[in-house]
Write a protein that binds this ligand. Structure first.
Ligand code: CP
Length: 308
């Protein structure tokens, strides 16, 4: 029987191509399940999962919780803003207290890069990284590639441009790893100040002219500016950013071909993408959200089979 090469999902960096294909094939089955009238399966009965979020989230938190419930897991939710973290409790103490309640799996979002890796070295539970600072967001990248595969038939050979604040984006880094593993061509596009110096060493091209980037690609993944992680100004004004790096319907309609538009959310409408583009037929933004549940069901199901 096929199984993942890892015990935790800490980043796409730790996966291989076979892992990704196994997750997609498993997600295909779960996508069929969640479109039935009876959407629940007993696969994770007697498995307890803690969702611990030290940073805000809408999509990821709800998607994991729904996926856990569809798999019949027992679920506990922890939000740092309402917890004893506010009284000075450390990450290890917080998680060990949660684990002493016999928790098998922890889904964690944390502002510090590497928080999930640190945790996996200190606790017995399976750890899933739901976003660690500007480092990785592996389930987002998996659902993004899965959505490309669904719309275009395959990821291999496709040209994908990631547009925006690459420097502060965990979605960009995880997408680059996932897309390259599957044989896609990847470029990044944005102000030079928001493109990391090391980016070309990951096998990624740079294009600072948005029209050229969009005419090159099959898929454009539009990212928001991560204002919460900006310590200084990286571009003159939001208006100028939008003029140079925002996609609107006039630009989209003037391209040489129809491209697929993606966005991980949350969208800043009118900044990186206008409403008529976000809500257009070329946009698969809500497909990404729907696929997130099936992908997270697949990841948790496969990791649970490795719990002793
Ligand atoms: N895409 C994503 O991670 O969204 P949330 O921050 O709402 O979870």
């Amino acid at each position: 029987m096929s199984e993942l090469s890892v015990k935790h999902l800490l980043g796409i960096k730790y996966l291989n191509e076979k892992d990704i294909q196994l997750i997609f094939e498993t997600a295909d089955n779960f996508k069929e399940v969640i479109n039935r009238s009876i959407k629940k399966v007993p696969s994770l009965r007697d498995i307890t999962i803690a969702n611990i979020f030290f940073e805000n989230s809408t999509r990821t938190k709800l998607s994991f919780e729904l996926a856990e419930k569809r798999l019949s897991a027992d679920v506990i939710n922890f939000s740092a803003s309402q917890s004893s973290v506010k009284k000075g409790e450390t990450l290890i103490d917080t998680v060990n207290n949660i684990l002493s309640m016999k928790v098998d799996m922890v889904v964690m979002r944390h502002p510090n890069p590497g928080a999930g890796i640190f945790l996996s070295k200190h606790v017995d539970a399976a750890i899933i990284n739901a976003g660690d600072g500007a480092h990785e967001h592996p389930t987002q990248a998996l659902l993004d590639s899965y959505s490309i595969r669904e719309r275009l038939g395959d990821v291999s050979g496709k040209k994908v441009v990631i547009v925006g604040d690459i420097l502060h984006s965990r979605v960009a880094l995880s997408n680059i790893f996932a897309l390259k593993l599957q044989g896609a061509e990847v470029k990044v596009c944005g102000p030079r100040t928001l493109l990391p110096r090391y980016i070309e060493s990951l096998g990624v091209g740079i294009e600072t002219d948005l029209r050229k980037a969009l005419n090159w690609c099959d898929v454009a993944n539009m990212l928001r500016i991560q204002n919460e992680r900006l310590d200084i100004s990286y571009f003159p004004t939001t208006r100028e950013y939008t003029q140079q790096f925002g996609v609107n319907k006039t630009l989209l309609n003037s391209l040489e071909k129809d491209i697929v538009i993606m966005h991980p959310g949350p969208i800043n409408r009118g900044v990186e993408i206008t409403s008529d583009v976000a809500d257009s037929k070329q946009s698969i933004i809500l497909d990404q959200v729907e696929n997130g549940v099936a992908i997270r069901m697949a990841v948790m199901y496969l990791l649970a089979s490795k719990i002793k």
